[in-house]
Design a protein around this ligand. Structure first.
Ligand SMILES: Cc1ncc(C[n+]2csc(CCO)c2C)c(N)n1
Length: 202
């Protein structure tokens, strides 16, 4: 199954070029398993679906670690019809996709509880789009039930859900939403913005 993301970093600093390029260096450990291509708009990462969010976490934590207000925007996709079935995009063995929603919610919560902490607090806003499935609203409601139990749920907003917390469990929650909800071999898209070091008072 073809899976990947187009990812852009927006560090609000005069040194944006240095911050972006050194953060892209944090993707180096993923290069053996990924196809990674940077242009003037974004960086494409194509690879195993279960490694996409760890890669984006490391990219974002590297940029946000510089202390400036920083935003990551990403379009993430798996199972896109018409894309080549890239052999590097091997599906995860234990997706439990064929299992009932309740079981998938429990497995997703357990994965987030085990996620490593990074020490970097982030806010994330995202929408999950399980495409072409007759049960897409069931999948979305099941996913939201999981998000409320994730420990990083902030609130539901129009068109999206907001998470807040350590980048470790936040990116793990995004990964579980992407991997476990929507049809197993179906097309799922996810739209994401992550922010750190915002000067906005809450
Ligand atoms: C992750 C990521 N990849 C590419 C860009 C696009 N971009 C904007 S400035 C810059 C550095 C100078 O070439 C690059 C590559 C981005 N913003 N974030």
């Amino acid at each position: 199954m073809f899976s990947g993301a187009q990812v852009s970093l927006y560090p609000m600093s005069d040194d944006f070029v240095g911050i972006i390029l050194s953060a892209i260096g944090a993707l180096d450990p993923y290069r053996p398993n990924f196809r990674i291509e940077t242009d003037d708009v974004s960086t494409l990462i194509v690879g195993p679906p279960d490694q996409l969010f760890p890669a984006m976490r490391d990219l974002f934590v590297a940029a946000a670690g510089r202390g400036v207000h920083c935003v990551l925007a990403a379009t993430v996709s798996r199972g896109c019809p018409g894309e080549p079935d890239d052999p590097i995009c091997t599906p995860i063995a234990d997706s439990r996709h064929d299992r009932p929603l309740e079981e998938r919610v429990a497995a997703a919560v357990a994965h987030v509880e085990a996620a490593p902490r990074t020490g970097r607090i982030v806010a994330a806003q995202f929408s999950l789009y399980p495409l072409g499935s007759g049960h897409h609203m069931d999948e979305i409601y099941g996913c939201i039930e999981f998000l409320k139990k994730s420990g990083v749920f902030d609130r539901s907003k129009n068109f999206c859900t907001k998470l807040r917390g350590d980048a470790g469990p936040v990116f793990a929650t995004l990964s579980e939403a992407f991997l476990r909800f929507g049809a197993p071999q179906g097309h799922v898209a996810l739209d994401l913005k992550v922010s750190a070091n915002s000067p906005t008072a809450l």
